[in-house]
Design a protein around this ligand. Structure first.
Ligand code: SF4
Length: 62
């Protein structure tokens, strides 16, 4: 027997956004005026610059 739809909704919560720069860790809103990774200037700067992105990826492989 399945739970009624109202009971399922009560246990749901939004997923925690993950920080792309700290894999496995949640976004802690460490940058000023951000609402999450989607408008984080630091994430944008690193991921939009091919050299910075490669340096970041290389640092994760060490
Ligand atoms: S604000 Fe940006 S850098 Fe800080 S934890 Fe969130 S996504 Fe990562």
């Amino acid at each position: 027997m399945t739970a009624p739809p109202a009971a399922k909704k009560a246990t749901r919560r939004p997923p925690d956004p993950k920080c792309p720069l700290r894999p496995g860790e949640p976004c802690t809103l460490c940058q000023a005026s951000v609402t999450g990774p989607q408008d984080c200037g630091l994430v944008y700067l690193i991921m939009d610059d091919p050299e910075a992105r490669e340096a970041f990826n290389a640092s994760r492989r060490r």
